[in-house]
Design a protein around this ligand. Structure first.
Ligand code: NAD
Ligand code: ZN
Length: 345
């Protein structure tokens, strides 16, 4: 075990630095994990560029990263579920466990959740972190640490599909083909959807969607492309917006069959102008999504069984020593880049 613990620390807007941090000691119910790989999320890039997301403001240096996998190197006194040497996927949000949301299984809504790299909680882009043992999931041999990191964005897709009731035979529209749109596509396919269409104004992203299983793609900027998709599908049962764009959510409402569901994953402007009367009179339900709950075992099973090829979404890799370059690539929003992975060890 190395005695160094280098971490990618956000010190202020556009100020990212590798700092040496002390190696933490696990509490009784925690494990110490040597981090292997960490994916860069849009939220990490946003904190780096703006220092805040809505009410969450970075007021002190904070380690970035929350999509991660690693190897257990020490277990706390009361941990029986894991042992040294186990490779794990790390579910980043540890809730209070006591509130009504926690008790009823909707722990993503817990007001007391401590989520990696959401201020003031440090993230996982570091040599070592400690984490609650029951929010770490042991990997079978066939699942690598990068795939473990990808269980986090896949979890958002799974939760979105669950909220929308995607199942065998569903016809699904996904608007936005970034990492979250594409994990929603993978989750919908794995849940049994038989037709998934994806829209995005960026052609490179549509090409990626086709490569990972979209049945049809369209650029929403070209004429009535989305309505044509809807006609082809005979109306979508479920539409999942993964863009936050007003026009995409409007398209999603119109493209969804009467009685269907629109799942709002994308977070864009605070207020949108939407065809709300159409949504009401055709009983197209609008459903919110905040992260996920109870998805990691499902995500792991999807990946381990080969039903969700999350590795196909990883387009770029950098060592921790080149973390600035990794963030530059993630922030460039090129059509060719989907997920940037930082290899820590
Ligand atoms: P991203 O920026 O990489 O992807 C968004 C995609 O939407 C881009 O490819 C963009 O070209 C596309 N887009 C823009 N306008 C569009 C339009 N009119 N129609 C179709 N596509 C359009 O972001 P991401 O990391 O994939 O995340 C997607 C969204 O989900 C973001 O808004 C993010 O904040 C949000 N998010 C929400 C949750 C949650 O818990 N609700 C969790 C994770 C991410
Ligand atoms: Zn709680």
């Amino acid at each position: 075990m190395s005695t160094e613990n280098r971490a990618a620390v956000l010190h202020g807007v556009d100020h990212l630095r590798l700092d040496e941090r002390p190696i933490p000691t696990p509490a009784a119910d925690e494990v110490l994990i040597a981090i292997g790989a960490v994916g860069i999320c849009g939220s990490d890039v946003h904190y780096l560029k703006h220092g805040r997301i809505g009410p969450f403001v970075v007021e002190a240096p904070m380690v970035l990263g929350h999509e991660s996998g690693g190897t257990v190197v020490e277990v706390g006194a009361s941990v029986t579920s894991l042992k040294e040497g186990d490779r794990v996927a790390i579910e980043p949000g540890v809730p209070c466990r006591r509130c009504t949301f926690c008790k009823t299984g909707r722990y993503n809504l817990c007001a007391g959740v401590r989520f990696l790299a959401t201020p003031p909680i440090d993230g996982s882009m570091a040599g070592y972190i400690v984490h609650a043992a029951d929010f770490c999931y042991r990997l079978p041999d066939a699942v690598g640490l990068e795939e473990a990191a990808m269980l986090e964005p896949l979890s958002v897709g799974i939760h979105a599909c669950r909220r929308g009731g995607v199942g065998v035979g569903s016809k699904v529209l996904v608007t936005g083909a970034g990492p979250i749109g594409l994990t929603s596509l993978l989750a919908a396919r794995a849940a049994g959807a038989d037709y998934v269409a994806v829209t995005d104004p960026v052609e490179g992203r549509l090409a990626h969607a086709s490569r990972v299983g979209a049945n049809a793609t369209a650029n929403p900027g070209s004429g009535d492309a989305v309505q044509e998709l809807a006609q082809e599908a005979g109306g979508f049962d479920v539409s999942i917006d993964c863009s936050g764009a007003e026009s995409a959510v409007s398209d999603a409402i119109s493209a969804t069959r009467s009685g269907g569901k629109v799942v709002l994953v994308g977070l864009g402007a605070d207020r949108l102008t939407l065809p709300i009367v159409e949504s009401a009179t055709r009983e197209v339900d609008l459903l919110g999504v905040f992260r996920y709950a109870n998805t990691y075992p499902t995500a792991l099973s999807m990946v381990a069984s080969g039903r969700a090829d999350v590795a196909a979404l990883i387009t770029d890799r950098y060592p921790l020593t080149e973390v600035q370059e990794a963030f530059d690539m993630a922030g460039a929003a090129s059509g060719e880049t989907i997920k940037v992975m930082v290899e820590v060890s």
